[in-house]
Design a protein around this ligand. Structure first.
Ligand code: FES
Length: 100
C-alpha cells in the first residue's frame, strides 16, 4: 500500500499523519481533531485549510469547492479539505475554525 504524509500545522503544533495515496483528506477525521468536517459537500467551510507545501499533490478543486472559495474570496492557497484527495506529501495549516 502506497502512503503519503499529510503534515498538519494547528495551534502551533505540527503533526505528520500517514494516509493511503488517493484517499480523501476526510479520512484524517479518524486520526486527528485538528481538521473538522461537517457538511462534507463544500457548503459549510469548516474544513478550510491553507496549503503550505505540496498543493500540486492535491486533486484539483471540485466545482462546488471552486464556487465556495470564489464566494468567500478565499486566498489561492486555501482549500476545502472535504473536497481534496491526496496523491503525494502535503503540508496544510488549519486555523482555529474561524469560518462559521
Ligand atoms: S466539511 Fe463543509 S465545506 Fe468541507
Amino acid at each position: 500500500m502506497e502512503t503519503v504524509t499529510v503534515t498538519l500545522i494547528h495551534a502551533g503544533q505540527q503533526q505528520d499523519i500517514k494516509l493511503r495515496k488517493g484517499l480523501g483528506l476526510q479520512a484524517l477525521a479518524k486520526q486527528t481533531s485538528a481538521l473538522e468536517f461537517d457538511c462534507r459537500e463544500a457548503d459549510c467551510g469548516i474544513c478550510i485549510c491553507r496549503v503550505r507545501a505540496g498543493g500540486e499533490h492535491l486533486s484539483p478543486p471540485t466545482a462546488p469547492e471552486a464556487d465556495f472559495l470564489r464566494a468567500m474570496r478565499a486566498d489561492p492557497e486555501e482549500r476545502l479539505a472535504c473536497q481534496c484527495r491526496v496523491f503525494g506529501d502535503v503540508k496544510l495549516e488549519v486555523d482555529d475554525h474561524a469560518v462559521t
